[in-house]
Ligand binder design. Structure first.
Ligand code: ME8
Length: 479
């Protein structure tokens, strides 16, 4: 079984915020769980940055820089999430990569053209730079794009290449009916199917080079560069070798499981445009598009354009990467939006991490050390991988893992091993061994979610002699 999971490739017009970090952590859990379930060689976890388009180009200009160095520097910040939050990408592709990415984007273009799906037209419409797309009437509210109410829409008139998306409407509807879990969760599938049934318009697929010189050149037309979404979506196959079909087939073929993890604002591109492009080019489709909600702050979506941001590097630096991962994974239901506040984060940190898990590990390890307990064997996880890989219900998964820790805490309270050390040393050892074992079961299940914590706990209880960690797993917050 081959498992290929991708994150959206982020625009690099500004620094990463907590919303980006959230998405990468969700996909990381899938990748880590898949490595445990299918074996690391059968899993590929792909990330990258989306560096073309008007938004990036203007941000560079506004910073007084050339787009190349500007996007390259910001791309590094996105890649840095790998270290700061333990996002275990196997590979990271940049759309400015002329060797790996451009030939793929251009070959895909040629195939769409050969299939009669690209044609040049003059078009006038309202463009949202935030979304990097033209907006239909239905997507405009009070004169603004629903996703970017702080940006002005721009009226553009240009001669561009168009992709005949409308041609694929019927086929897409059938695909949704035949593959009810193509888009997950189900409420998002229904939503996007409604949009498709409401009618799909053809998509402007290029921009005049004289207005936007920053993009992949359109094959055979020097006056145009590719539309940023056409270029960006291709990353999912350029990264795995397209146009080399043999290389591509290792990860991108009907029998492999391919999952795109994306946010709710870009479903249309992934669930309508991308499948249609692949169909036109005669390539297989991904299996799942898993759609997450937004991280909000005080009810507002975190966004680069609205200037509302929370620095994931600061948060991970202050509280620890695993603490931040825990909050993001345990507090938000599948596909739902999540509200972030430092107060809530600290309350969850104190209750679940410092007091519950951290205390339990410290207590059991201290008592075990006192009794000279030998290390135990590492355990198999009790968590069903299906809950993670299929249902993607990370909150439910963590709740079930915490039940193991809660039960161990209760056992300690009931058995009071500290009263047994001298009176009944045999029972003392047995109780502590059982507690250590159930902590090890919990830690094994925790590996995809809190990798560093799981490793630390497993190191404590599998060492030749159990010894209490010199530093608590989750230090108390002095406030
Ligand atoms: O859309 N909460 O890039 P992007 C949760 N380049 N997720 C959020 C979020 C928030 N507050 N804000 C953004 C793009 N995201 C394109 C993708 S893929 C071929 C091209 C998510 O930097 C957003 O939904 O605007 C998307 O999945 C990802 O972050 C990148 O957003």
């Amino acid at each position: 079984m081959k498992y290929y999971v991708t994150t959206a490739i982020d625009y690099v017009n500004a620094q990463p915020h907590l919303g980006h970090a959230y998405e990468k952590v969700l996909a990381d859990v899938l990748a880590r769980q898949a490595r445990l379930t299918y074996g690391p060689v059968n899993v590929r976890f792909q990330g990258g940055t989306d560096e073309h388009g008007v938004k990036n180009y203007r941000a560079a200009r506004e910073a007084g820089q050339e787009p190349g160095p500007f996007t390259a520097a910001n791309s590094e910040r996105f890649l840095a999430l790998r270290e700061s939050l333990g996002v275990s990408w196997d590979d990271f592709i940049k759309t400015t990569d002329q060797k790996r990415h451009w030939p793929a984007a251009q070959e895909l273009w040629r195939r769409l053209e050969q299939n009669g799906d690209l044609e040049k037209r003059t078009y006038q419409g309202y463009y949202c730079v935030g979304c990097e797309s033209f907006k239909t009437e239905k997507e405009i509210e009070n004169g603004h794009c629903i996703f970017h109410p702080t940006r002005e829409l721009e009226l553009l008139e240009e001669e561009n290449w168009f992709f005949r998306l409308s041609k694929y409407q019927g086929w897409l509807q059938d695909h949704f009916r035949e593959n009810p879990d193509f888009v997950q969760p189900a409420f998002r599938a229904r939503e996007i199917l409604n949009v498709i049934e409401g009618g799909l318009e053809d998509v402007s697929f290029s921009r005049a080079k004289e207005k936007l010189p920053w993009g992949v050149p359109v094959p055979g037309d020097d006056s145009q560069v590719m539309y940023v979404w056409c270029d960006a979506l291709t990353n999912y196959i350029s990264a795995v070798g397209f146009p080399d079909e043999e290389k591509l087939a290792e990860w991108w073929r009907p029998e492999a499981a391919v999952t795109h993890v994306i946010g709710k604002d870009i479903v249309r591109f992934h669930a309508a445009l991308w499948p249609a492009m692949l169909r036109s080019a005669g390539l297989p489709l991904p299996d799942h598009v898993f759609v997450h909600g937004f991280i909000n702050l005080g009810g507002e979506k975190l966004s680069k354009s609205a200037g509302l941001s929370l620095d994931p590097f600061d948060l991970a630096g202050t509280y620890g990467a695993d603490a931040l991962r825990y909050f993001l994974l345990s507090q938000i239901g599948v596909g739902q939006d999540g509200e972030f506040s430092v107060e809530r984060f600290e309350a969850v940190y104190a209750a679940d991490l410092a007091n519950n898990l951290g205390n339990l590990v410290q207590r059991v390890a201290t008592l075990a050390e006192r009794g000279g307990l030998s290390g135990r064997e590492a355990k198999e996880p009790s968590l069903e991988p299906e809950l993670v890989l299929e249902r993607k219900d990370f909150r439910a998964a963590l709740q079930s893992i915490w039940q193991v820790f809660d039960a161990t805490n209760t056992k300690i309270e009931l058995e009071k091993p500290w009263e047994l050390k001298d009176s009944d040393p045999e029972r003392y050892e047995r109780v502590l061994g059982e507690c250590a074992d159930s902590i090890l079961v919990g830690a094994a299940s925790l590996r995809p979610f809190l990798p560093e914590t799981a490793e630390r706990i497993e190191a404590v209880f599998t060492a030749p002699k159990v010894a209490a960690p010199s530093e608590p797993l989750f230090p108390r917050l002095d406030r």
